[in-house]
Design a protein around this ligand. Sequence first.
Ligand SMILES: Cc1cc2nc3c(=O)[nH]c(=O)nc-3n(C[C@H](O)[C@H](O)[C@H](O)COP(=O)(O)O)c2cc1C
Length: 400
Amino acid sequence: MKRLEGVSLALGVGGGIAAYKAVELMRRLIDEGATVTPILTANSLNFVGLTTFRALGSNEPITSLFNGDSPIPHTKIGQGVDAVVVAPATADILSKFAVGSCDDALSTILVSTDAKVILAAAMHKEMWAHPAVVENVATIRRRGFVVIDPEHGILAGGDVGFGRLAATEVVIDSVVAEVGSKDLAGKSVVVTIGGTREAIDPVRFIGNRSSGKQGFAIVSALLDRGASVVAVSTVELQVESPRLEVVRVESALEMDGATRRSCEDADALIMCAAVADYRVETPWNSKFKRGSGNVPELKLVENPDILAGVVSESKKFSRKFITVGFAAETDDVEKNGRLKIAKKGCDILVVNDVSKEETRFGSADNEVVILFADGSSRFVPLAPKRAIAIEVVNALAERL
Ligand SMILES: Cc1cc2nc3c(=O)[nH]c(=O)nc-3n(C[C@H](O)[C@H](O)[C@H](O)COP(=O)(O)O)c2cc1C
């Protein structure tokens, strides 16, 4: 499913060096299903060509209030869109919007709309740090509009600092969060995140290399689509939402209990955590000291299979309940995945090959095969974990 299907956007482009990135942003917003009307300031046309926006935009670009077909373009555009996105939003555009100035098409449309406004700031580091800009951004945010901070990196002229336009994906995710499809509204999904820690003594544990990054990305993608999420996590989450409940756990046994309880009221489970297969049968009550004469021997016992347990309990639910597992494989990825989906009895299994350098635990990217219980499958080539998360959530939404 396209995340911006049926969404109408105005894309304002300011007179900054990052204006060329607006072309790619516009194309990607259209790929996501949006209809995009470009609004170019006079200064932006020093940086980018009108022809490109005419060729790639969904509608004829607007460059002035007075030269188009519409007698009152500012109100017509403002009333007809779900959001006005400005990228890059220059210091000048932020300043005008903060005071409500309307001296060209973009600034007038920004003040003539009830739609969501999302401004992706981009400017030189000195401009971004200037008290006038800082205050303007605070004013705009206080009024409930979204300002996407610029990123740190190389700026025009070779300087380095905060000022670069946020990555295209970040801007798109923000648009999706504001006006994207809410097809999972009313659905509750439990997501397990991170690697479990199995105590050896009060200070030592057996752990694994799971970073929780894929889990965060899945939580964000679910929240963007309107779902309520219970995250049963061994790591701290950098996501906040009134629709997110975080249950912190450490060991596999704690995760098992919290997950089963959370699933009682949920519509789906995404088992993204890396759960230890074994735990120490009897952890030491106090720190095991070196030199005490004997080397400790750890007796391990098997941990419960959380996914298989929930799958079996969910058979008793009177409602539809979808289970999604993750499997990290190092060889015969698809074949082992097929065996696993049959053994666990889950509806969907996301299998990733952790033997590759680019997709090992903790990496930013992933490449997966999504297997379905009916025998079908979907390959998702190497992509950032947020893109993988969107595919996993798409697969779940289809089944829900
Ligand atoms: C080469 C060049 C690059 C510029 N880059 C930026 C920029 O990235 N951000 C910004 O706020 N202003 C930038 N400026 C200054 C703006 O162009 C100037 O403030 C202009 O009035 C903004 O126009 P606008 O309201 O159409 O955005 C740049 C100017 C030049 C000459």
